[in-house]
Design a protein around this ligand. Structure first.
Ligand code: PEP
Length: 256
């Protein structure tokens, strides 16, 4: 049986106050309870995690980053164990906004190791900065995958989700989302690379998400034609009604 679509909200550094976070979360929880055929994950700023830990039906919470250190003198860092204790089930790792601040594939690999040790589900973000006409972005994506997954044990692959997020399609400066056809091609490529690392069968079971300017108008089309089993949503996850519409289209779309 195929899994439900996985729809992840990445709130980034919003909302500004705990009261607003609570209101947004309660709106999303209601929408998620109605969207029975989708699994919703909300990733708030880490500070809000524990107040959201008693998530509702079809909803889990996740973190946006994790330290690769387990404890000790690391000012400002948050360990995987702390995230787990605060109620996180998922963690986004290697988001392009973190990579832009210096996170390399090597660091990402260590973070993945730390998260899996605590049995968190890892949402590994990969994606090219630009889509050149010579297809060099394929080798860029291949190295991101191979280097980030360098230390992963086959037994942990069941707790791995890959989010394909072309950097040029993310955030306010993005011109547009990818096309479902473009994402379809990349999703096949990702699975092909995964198969060489973990074998065909395990690679087939890994959920691949698309992220980058997802909105209620394009969500269903990515799920139907993009070869992906879910979405990672930034801006459109900061309004409960808008995100609710995305959940509704995911819940109504068949996951084949
Ligand atoms: C993101 O940054 O993960 C993202 C998908 O952002 P947006 O949906 O705002 O493009």
């Amino acid at each position: 049986m195929m899994k439900k679509f996985l729809i992840v909200a990445n709130w980034k550094m919003s909302p500004e106050t705990p009261a607003r976070a609570k209101a947004l979360f309660s709106g999303i929880k209601k929408a998620a309870a109605r969207a029975k055929n989708a699994q919703t994950v909300v990733c708030p700023p880490a500070l809000y995690l524990s107040s959201m830990a008693t998530a509702g039906k079809n909803v889990a919470v996740g973190a946006q980053d994790v330290s690769y250190e387990s404890d000790g003198t690391h000012t400002g860092e948050i360990s995987a164990r702390m995230l787990k204790a605060a109620g996180a089930k998922y963690v986004i790792i290697g988001h392009s906004e973190r990579r832009a601040r210096g996170e390399t594939n090597g660091i990402v690999a260590k973070e993945i190791g730390a998260a899996l040790k605590e049995k968190l589900i890892v949402i590994l973000c990969i994606g090219e900065r630009e889509r050149d006409t010579h297809g060099e972005y394929f080798s860029f994506i291949e190295s991101q995958l191979r280097e980030s997954l360098a230390g992963i044990a086959k037994k942990d692959m069941g707790r791995l989700v890959i989010a394909y997020e072309p950097v040029w399609a993310i955030g306010e400066k993005a011109k547009e989302a990818d096309t479902p056809e473009g994402t379809f091609e990349i999703s096949l490529f990702i699975r092909k690379i995964l198969a060489t690392i973990i074998g065909k069968e395990k690679a087939f079971a890994v959920q691949i998400l698309y992220g980058g300017s997802v909105n209620p108008n394009n969500a269903a089309v990515f799920l139907k034609r993009g070869g992906v089993q879910g979405l990672l949503v930034g801006r459109a996850s900061l309004d409960a009604r808008t995100f609710g519409e995305i959940l509704k289209s995911a819940s109504m779309t068949k996951n084949i």
